[in-house]
Design a protein around this ligand. Structure first.
Ligand code: I3S
Length: 128
């Protein structure tokens, strides 16, 4: 099962499990590789760590090391069009560094909260 743990009400601090794949890196299209990731929004950074499969195991040691980090400043977020993925509830995130990611959850309230948090973060940090 998937659930979200909100550390507080601020959109700048949020974490939970999402399905993630990069689709473009350094401006080049790459092959999708959907993985379940423990995802943390911290200030203007979005951190992804490989999921462990279990629902509570993210407190285990492997989870503390981020797989990769995305700088949201100057990025954009939108709902992915149907041609980007056959999955439902998919967000397309583009960074200023030329990375494009798809992030997805089967639970629409979860993905809606992330959409809001990412949008707010990008607009909050727009002038940095
Ligand atoms: O956009 P694509 O290329 O149809 O994406 C699908 C593929 O990456 C597929 O793996 P293969 O690399 O073995 O073709 C994945 O299993 C699918 O999940 C990808 O599409 P969705 O629609 O799930 O994003």
């Amino acid at each position: 099962s998937t659930y979200v743990l909100d550390l507080n009400d601020k959109p700048s601090e949020k974490c939970g499990v999402l399905n993630v794949t990069k689709i473009t890196e350094n401006g080049k299209k790459i092959r999708k590789n959907w993985t379940s990731s423990w995802t943390v929004l911290q200030g203007s950074s979005l951190l992804f760590a490989k999921g462990q499969g279990g629902s509570t195991s993210w407190f285990g040691s492997n989870q503390s090391k981020p797989e990769f980090t995305v700088d949201l400043r100057g990025g954009s977020v939108e709902w992915a069009s149907k041609d980007k993925s056959s999955k439902k509830h998919v967000i397309e995130l583009k960074t200023r560094q030329g990375m494009e990611l798809l992030i997805q959850s089967e639970i629409d309230s979860v993905i809606n909260d992330w959409y809001r948090a990412l949008t707010e973060t990008i607009s909050t940090h727009a002038w940095e």
